[in-house]
Design a protein around this ligand. Sequence first.
Ligand SMILES: CC(C)(COP(=O)(O)OP(=O)(O)OC[C@H]1O[C@@H](n2cnc3c(N)ncnc32)[C@H](O)[C@@H]1OP(=O)(O)O)[C@@H](O)C(=O)NCCC(=O)NCCS
Length: 155
Amino acid sequence: MLRHIRGYYRHVLKRLRSFYHFRHFDSFVHGPIQVGYRENIRVGANCSINRGVILQGHSGIDVGNNVVLSPNVMLLDAGLDFDELRSTGRRLHVGKPIRLGDGCWIGAAAVILPGVTLGRNVLVGAGSIVTRSFPDNSVIAGNPARILERGSRDD
Ligand SMILES: CC(C)(COP(=O)(O)OP(=O)(O)OC[C@H]1O[C@@H](n2cnc3c(N)ncnc32)[C@H](O)[C@@H]1OP(=O)(O)O)[C@@H](O)C(=O)NCCC(=O)NCCS
């Protein structure tokens, strides 16, 4: 019984901590997520962040309004300096900011890599690895992600 109560409070605390990172309180976190450096992360209004999402936040993550991050999406804005690791063993992180425009939908388990900027209303297919930037209204998918469709589906 005590274990259940403790578990429940831990869950509530986790959700509250997650909300703390957002400027707008009309954005929702559905289940536990992982946030690296919260001071480098901005999430806009009316966003939906699903369980298992990882926001690294080393160099800067800027998420626009009305964005959906499906379960297990990773926004990775840094990696290790591999030369430094090989030569000295030091784990030095290097990165570039990630920007997601308004209205993007990032499908489940997609990975967005450092330096990527997605324009407005970009749809990223489930499981994609996004290695470069894409313009407004693209539908992209695959590893590496490529354009499936240009222009809005409402055009
Ligand atoms: C990207 C997506 C929206 C495309 O759906 P669609 O418009 O119906 O596209 P289709 O299924 O007709 O596929 C079109 C082509 O893209 C490919 N494709 C579609 N989704 C893909 C994906 N995630 N990764 C790689 N290729 C993909 C298909 O294989 C097909 O290729 P082909 O023309 O060579 O046969 C959809 O596949 C997807 O990934 N949705 C995300 C679902 C999700 O994450 N839900 C989480 C709950 S919120």
